[in-house]
Design a protein around this ligand. Sequence first.
Ligand SMILES: Cc1ncc(COP(=O)(O)O)c(C=O)c1O
Length: 382
Amino acid sequence: MNNSPRIYLDNAATTPLNPEVLEAMIPIMQEHFGNPSSSHAHGRKAKGIIEDARGKIAKLLGCSPAEICFTSGGTEADNLALRGSVNSLGIKRIITSPIEHHAVIHTAEDLAHAGLVELALLDVNEKGEINLNQLADLLQNPTPTLVSLMHANNEIGTMIDIQEIGELCHRHNALFHCDTVQTMGHFSFDLSKGYVDFIAAAAHKFNGPKGIGFMYLNRKNKITPEITGGAQERELRGGTENVHGIVGLAKALEISYRDIVAKKTHIQNLKNTMIQLLQEHIPGIEFNGNPFDQSLYTVLSVSLPPNEAGSMLLFNLDLAGISASGGSACSSGAVGGSHVINACKPGTNRTTIRFSFGKQNTVEDIKYTVENLAKWYAVETA
Ligand SMILES: Cc1ncc(COP(=O)(O)O)c(C=O)c1O
């Protein structure tokens, strides 16, 4: 039996919990378990803990605590922003892209099917870059509009210039929602600049706990809740708060900001090393997205030439002790294709594997992974 430790290269799916975060959460579950809505001392203590965490997050992001609404994670934050802006802010059109996370695309489609909005999808090129001229043209139309574009794509890592797009939207009186689930905790934000109306975040993407995230909503935009039944979160989201999760989220974000430069340097080096080793050892290797340009440093989407090994690749990596994730195109129309690869490279018959790195990964992890890939791909069979 192989007893060597497994290599985890799926950090865009989720990250391991930082022990410092766990340490901060334990006393909340054991001692400060009061319901924040209760008016007695236990409740007041829990309420104070939440507001303290909210204040810390707001300070890191350059916004007001009242602009942070805790949610169960990224999906709910995206839903609340899209549905809230349609239901409360008179939005009649959503402009988005075909490579957004399903939390955005399916929500926008749902709102369109209900006849509440018109939906416009922007063109993307092979690298997953949005057609900004098309966005500018569409924004000439004065229909009340929400633009929803992700800061970094979770499958291929392509990034947008969040400030440039936010300013373009605002020049045309459109609201701007940016799904920052993959970049929160990995980049610094200064929301005081006002270029964005909504963002979404999930703690488990930056070494915090699962089941907790937040939506930032610019104070100009007052929306009503999508989850009703309680006055929590300043009447934006009913339900007893996940107090230990909120504390874990704030702690994880504090640590991320504290260590951001060292983390970025370390992970970018892993990504560069993997690119270089793959280019050296695998003929015909390509990369999805634009890894040499404005690209999320935690994600490398590898495009492998057609080869018999392709269909079994994730399985074989798993057997070799490596956890990574798939995302191949679905040219045959079969179930399981990646909507992102299909939009960027329609009809491709290459195999995609997404490697995503965390601060716990080492250059040795990368070397071992490339060695294994090279076993199956050293000779191009296309
Ligand atoms: C870009 C993006 N948005 C939204 C989500 C959903 O976040 P959660 O799993 O916290 O609901 C994810 C998760 O993978 C993501 O990568």
